[in-house]
Design a protein around this ligand. Structure first.
Ligand code: HEM
Length: 444
C-alpha cells in the first residue's frame, strides 16, 4: 500500500516537474503557463475559450503559447498568417486529434480510412447534380414537415414553440429524411440527438459527471439502434446517401459494428449546425426590422407574377442571386460561428508569419486558430464588430438604394486586404464540404 502511494506521488511529481519547467526559448512565441502546474489555463480555456483567448491576445498579441492540461497550445490570431498553418500538411496534422475525438465522443475507430478518401467520397455527394438533387429533396421534406406539423395544431390553429426548437427540429428532421434511410423515426432521432448534443462538449473534454456519463452512453446506444439502416437487414433497394456511405465503408473494410457507429458521426457532422444557424438568422431578422424588410423585398423581387413562390422556392434560389439574404447569413455566422481549427505539430517548425517574423514551434505541441476573435470580431477589420449590421457584406452599385447589390468580400486591416474576412466554414483541407447544401437549406 505504502509503495503504491509512494510510486503514485513520484509519478505525479515527475509530471508536474516535466510540465512546469518549460521555459521560452529564442524565437518561440510568448509563453504563458498559468498559475497551476500542469493544469495551466485548462479551466479558463474550457469555461469560455473566446473570453480567455481575448484576454491572452491583449496580453501577448497575435501569437502566444499557453499550457492546457499538460499540453502546450500555440494560438495564432492573425488571419493573414493562417495559410501558413492550414496549407501545411507536412509539419501540421489534424487527423490524430480528430481520431482521438472520434473515439472519445462516438466510440468510433476507422483506422483503415484516410481523411482524403472520406473527403473525396463526401464531395461527390455535395457537388453539381448530386447537390441539386439533395437540395431539392430537402425542399420537399421541409414543406411536407411544415404541413404535417400544422395538422398537430390545436383547434384554434395555433401552436406555441420556441424559435430555436422550431428551426433546429425542422432542419434536422428534413436533413435526416434527405440523407438517411429510415423514414419513420425522424422525431425520435431528433429527440435523442438533442440529449446527446447537449453533452457533447463535456464528452470531448472528458468532464462528464457520473449521471451524465450514463445518459451519454445510453443516448449513443439508442441512436446507433435508431440509425441502423434497413440495408444492413437484407437491403432496401434504395439509392440513398446513407446506402452509398455503407458501400464506401464496406469497400474500405470497416466491420459492421463500426459501420453502424460511423452513422452517428455523420448524423452529427451533417445535422448539428444548420438548424442553430437558421435560428440565429431568423432571430436577427426578427429583431432588426430594416433587415427583415430588405430580405423580404429581395425575395418578393425573385417571384415572377405567374410563378407561385412556394412551389418553386428551390428553382428560384438556384436561378437567382440573393446578395441581401447571403449578406445577412454571412453577418449572422460572423457573430455566432466560433470554430476552433486545431493542428498537431508533427515536426519542429519555423513558422513565418505575414508580418515577416519567424517563430519556432516544437514538435508535439498543438497549434490553434480561432477566427472568431480575428477576423470575425476584429474591430480593425469590421467596425463595431459586436453589432449586427445586415448590409455589412453588401456592396451598393448604382444610384438608387437597393439597386444592383452585390456581396462584399473585400475587407482591410491596416490598409492591407485580408484574405479571410470571416471563416465560419473552416478552411484548407478540412473546410466544410456541405457549405452549399447548408446555405441553400437555410435559405429555404
Ligand atoms: C451552417 C451550417 C454549417 C456550418 C457553420 C459548418 C461548419 C463546418 C466547419 C467549421 C467544418 C470544419 C471543421 C474543422 O476544421 O475541423 C465543417 C466540416 C464539415 N462539414 Fe460542415 N458546417 C455546416 C453544415 C454542414 C452540412 C449541412 C453538411 C452536410 C450535409 C456539412 C458537412 C461537413 C463535413 C462532411 C465536414 C468534414 C470535412 C472534413 O473533415 O474534411 N456541414 N463544417
Amino acid at each position: 500500500m505504502l509503495w503504491t502511494i509512494f510510486l503514485l506521488l513520484n509519478g505525479l511529481l515527475i509530471l508536474v516537474l516535466r510540465y512546469s519547467t518549460r521555459t521560452r526559448q529564442d524565437n518561440e512565441p510568448p509563453l504563458d503557463k498559468g498559475f497551476f502546474p500542469w493544469l495551466g489555463h485548462a479551466l479558463e480555456f474550457g469555461k469560455d475559450a473566446a473570453k480567455f483567448l481575448a484576454r491572452m491576445k491583449e496580453r501577448h498579441g497575435d501569437i502566444f503559447t499557453v499550457c492546457v492540461a499538460g499540453r502546450y497550445v500555440t494560438v495564432l490570431l492573425d488571419p493573414n498568417s493562417f495559410d501558413a498553418v492550414i496549407n501545411d500538411t507536412v509539419f501540421f496534422d489534424f487527423t490524430r486529434n480528430r481520431n482521438q475525438l472520434m473515439k472519445k465522443i462516438f466510440s468510433l475507430q476507422l483506422p483503415s480510412i484516410t481523411p482524403r478518401a472520406e473527403r473525396h467520397w463526401m464531395e461527390r455527394h455535395f457537388q453539381d447534380v448530386s447537390l441539386s438533387k439533395l437540395s431539392s429533396s430537402m425542399n420537399t421534406h421541409i414543406q411536407s414537415l411544415l404541413l404535417s406539423d400544422q395538422h398537430d395544431c390545436s383547434p384554434s390553429g395555433w401552436r406555441q414553440d420556441g424559435l430555436f426548437s422550431l428551426c433546429y427540429s425542422l432542419l434536422f428532421r428534413a436533413g435526416y429524411l434527405t440523407l438517411f434511410e429510415r423514414r419513420d423515426n425522424a422525431s425520435a432521432v431528433y429527440k435523442e440527438f438533442r440529449k446527446f448534443d447537449d453533452l457533447l462538449a463535456k464528452l470531448a473534454r472528458g468532464s462528464l459527471k457520473r449521471g451524465e456519463t450514463k445518459t451519454a452512453n445510453s443516448c449513443r446506444v439508442r441512436l446507433w439502434e435508431l440509425l441502423s439502416p434497413n440495408c444492413l437487414n437484407g437491403g432496401s433497394g434504395s439509392n440513398s446517401w446513407q446506402q452509398s456511405y455503407h458501400g464506401f465503408l464496406q469497400e474500405e473494410g470497416v466491420d459492421a459494428e463500426m459501420q453502424q457507429r460511423a452513422l452517428l458521426l455523420q448524423l452529427w457532422t451533417t445535422q448539428c449546425n444548420a438548424g442553430p444557424a437558421a435560428f440565429w438568422l431568423l432571430g436577427f431578422l426578427l429583431t432588426h426590422p430594416e433587415a427583415m424588410e430588405a430580405v423580404k423585398s429581395e425575395i418578393r423581387g425573385l417571384a415572377r407574377p405567374d410563378a407561385a413562390l412556394q412551389s418553386s422556392a428551390i428553382t428560384l434560389l438556384e436561378a437567382h442571386s440573393t446578395p441581401v439574404l447571403d449578406g445577412v447569413l454571412s453577418e449572422t455566422l460572423r457573430l455566432t460561428a466560433a470554430v476552433m481549427i486545431s493542428r498537431e505539430v508533427v515536426q519542429d517548425k519555423i513558422l513565418l508569419t505575414a508580418s515577416g517574423k519567424n517563430y519556432y514551434l516544437r514538435k508535439g505541441d498543438r497549434v490553434c486558430l480561432f477566427p472568431f476573435l480575428s477576423p470575425q470580431m476584429d474591430p480593425q477589420i469590421h467596425q463595431e464588430p459586436q453589432i449586427f449590421k445586415y448590409d455589412r457584406f453588401l456592396n451598393e452599385v448604382g444610384s438608387s438604394p437597393g439597386e444592383n447589390r452585390t456581396v462584399k468580400d473585400k475587407f482591410y486591416k491596416d490598409g492591407n486586404a485580408v484574405k479571410y474576412c470571416t471563416m465560419p466554414w473552416g478552411a484548407g483541407s478540412s473546410i466544410c464540404i456541405g457549405k452549399d447544401f447548408a446555405v441553400t437549406a437555410i435559405k429555404q
